[in-house]
Structures are given as C-alpha cells and as structure tokens.
Design a protein around this ligand. Sequence first.
Ligand code: 0X9
Ligand code: ZN
Length: 469
Amino acid sequence: MNFARRSLTWTALTLSLATALGCGGTGLAPRGTSVPASALFAAGAREASVVLSYQTRAQLRALGESGIDTEGVDVKNHRLRAVLTPAQYDMVLKLGVTVMRDARPVRNGYDKSYRTYTQAVSDLRALATKHPELAELVDIGDGWEKTQKKADRDIVALHIGKKGAGKPVVLFAGCHHARELVTPEMVLKMAKHLVDGYGTDAEVTGLVDTRDIWLVPMVNPDGHALAEQGQNQRKNTNIVTGGKSRIGVDLNRNYGGPEWSHIGSSNNAESDTFHGKAGFSEPEVQAMRDLMRRIKPTYLLTFHSFSNIVLWPWGYTDAPPPDKRLEIVGKKLGELSGYDAGQSGPALYPTAGDDTDWAFAELGTLAYTVEIGGFSDGFDPPYSKVAKFWEENRPMMLFSLRTADNPAAAAGPEMGTAKAKGAEHFFGRPGVTGAGLKSLPVGGPRQLVWSHAQDANGTWGPWSITWSR
Ligand code: 0X9
Ligand code: ZN
C-alpha cells in the first residue's frame, strides 16, 4: 500500500479496495447467500459475530487490509471469523465474500481459571523467589496506562538460566492481543516447567544450564485487564491516539519496520488493526524492542490465537526472507505442534509492523508467530482446553531451546529415528560437534548426556538430553 492510500479515511480505503478489486470484489460471485443485515444487526446491535467465506487470496488480502476485526482464519476451508459493524458488513459484501452468522457470542466471557495479570505476575515472582539461582523477575517497561498514571501495570519478564555469558537466547512472548487468553498460559506454563523441572528433568536441566531464556507472558497488560472483565479487547488501551469506541493501538502493527503501516494495518484509530501514530509509538512495543535489542534472541516465539498455524517473516511482502533456516525450523515447529506452517504474508495475510518482521529484519532473530487453537476454539475456550494446547506447544518450545545453539540442526535427524545413522555423546555439557564420546562411562556421579545424531549426509540433528543413568 502506498502513502497516498494510507492517508485516506477508513471508509474511503475500504471502498477503494473494493473498487480496485472490481466492485463485487474479485469479480467472483459470492458462494452461498449472505445473511441480511436486518437479521444480523437485529434490535440495533452495533456489532455481530460472523463467519466470512472467501474464495480467493485476493479477497483474503482485501479483508486483511480492510481493518475489520479479524479473529482467526481457517486457511484450508477459506473461512474467516470476524466481528463486523453494519458499515463493515456493507463493505465486505462488496468484496464478494459471503457473510454468515456465527452462533457464537462476541465473547464467551472470562473463564476464571485463566490467570489474571495480577496472578501471572505473582506466579512468576513466586518462581523467582523460590529459585533465585535460576530465575529473576525483570520489569521491562510500562503498560500505556502506567505512562499516564492511570494504573500501575508493568510489563514483566521472567529471565531463566544459570549465570554465564555468551549463551544462546530464546524469547517467548504472549498476549500482544489482550483477548487471546490461551497465549499467556503457554508462556507461564513453560516458566514453571523450566524452574520446577531443574535438577530432575534432564532436558530441562541441560537447557537451563546452557541457555538464556526470557519469558514475557503479557505484552499487553492493560488490554488483558479489560479482557478479564469479559471485554473483547485486542489492542492496548491508549485512548489518546488510539480509538475511542474501540480503544487502543494494535501492538502487532506498531513495530517500526520493515514498511510499518504500509500494508495489512489501518490508519483509522477505531480499527482493531490501527497501527498507531508512528512505529514504536506504544510503550509496550518500545519495551519489547528494547529487550530484544539488549538480549538479541536467536529465537522468538510469539503466541497468538487462533488458526493452528506457525508463521515466519516476511509478513509485509510475499518475497521469501533471506534466511532458509526460518523455513526449515518453521516447518519443524509445525510438525511438532501439528499446526500448519508457512511464511506469514502468503500463508495467512499480509501485515506490516508485527514483532516477527522487525526482530528478523533488525536482529536476524528466527521469529515465529504461533497461532494457537482451531477455528472452533475462538479466543476464550474453556480453561480445560489449555492442557491440550500445552501438549501441542511444549514440544516446539523445547525444540527451539534444544536448537538455540545451532538452528541448522533442525535439518538433521532426531536421536533414535530411522535417519539417525550415527551419534555422539557429551557428558555434563555439549562440546564441539564431532569430538563427542561414543560410549557411556561406568560409575561416577550421574551426569547429563548430550547426544545428537547424524544422518547419511553427515548433517547433525538437535540435541537430546538425558541422564547418564
Ligand atoms: O493479525 C495478527 O496480528 C496475527 N493474527 S491474530 O489473529 N492473532 O491477530 C497474525 C500476525 C502474523 N503476521 C502476518 N500474518 N503477517
Ligand atoms: Zn493475535
């Protein structure tokens, strides 16, 4: 999108898109019959939950550009879940998509088993207090409301790892989007898994010994506080430059590059994809930027919901990113989670200003958006589903930690698989590849065994960490 179009109002923008697509959208007749506006917005409703059925990528792109409140996409079945206002209803019809009523309410409410912001901070603090040798609680910045002296929410990170310099760094982040309730839980569960498992779980012990692990469960604490009250809040709560009826700035459109604001985000402050008044205008995004500049993560896994997909840069263009490892690792993360996997722009919809594009562009970070949950899960599945999401996500989170010293190992075999034609072992700590031992020592204290296998072409695979006995 060019600057001229960016300066148009939202209505003009969406109409110009519809026109560009040849009014009636892509020229394709809508599939099925749309529910009439009179039925959808009965009794003067100001918004309605819908399922949009599209046929072409051009339509999906146009929907992404339109600034509507897109909740998740079922890429395989060409369906998208959204919340529409009456004006947006008229606009999407012009794009040629079919609008169906979604029986689901805009929000199911807040299952009280999800942790609130306050509980999340207190749980992280408890981990750091119990194990100061492994974990520290770090205040990485303020939520927008704290900068305005309206509230007192910090953005909090747990930093896990034994002391030592030069270790590979992995960053897990949740809740750029407030209402995506399962996302902080994945990060909080990993924090507990790592701290509690240290000393008993061999894999955890080895990883905590040798990696620098940063966990930010709630990038958007103020927005989360609204979601806790049952509100359908996506953005932060900036009411000065953000919208008034739909308050805030979309933190996942506010990273300052590449091509901030040029595509897949809105210039209209009321839109749920409002990119803010400038790249990095929001304190939450400044906090994440400053943290990443400081720690320079090898990997970033940033959790969203929902679409059951793992995405990597670029989002702002269909051009492939200049690092093959993004795809190699990304496909592996997809296999491990059972999610689809692809480059974010082409595989989902184009956006500029998300954290993964910026982290990869500026720091070379192998950055992934993980969209947790399927089309039927929505933003607020019952908390009982969190256990399933954790089973899906834990292996890929651990994989990022296991390969953080050498992401290229994603192309090699796992231990014990058919492709493993040889293996070597290191006792205590991993050493120089090729110089490992081939047999286990007898006697002596229990040690960690770091093993990795080699395929027929000589490619080494990810670490597997066990106890020596
Ligand atoms: O739109 C987003 O920010 C993410 N999806 S969500 O439904 N959680 O809002 C996806 C961002 C991934 N990046 C691109 N698709 N470019
Ligand atoms: Zn999201």
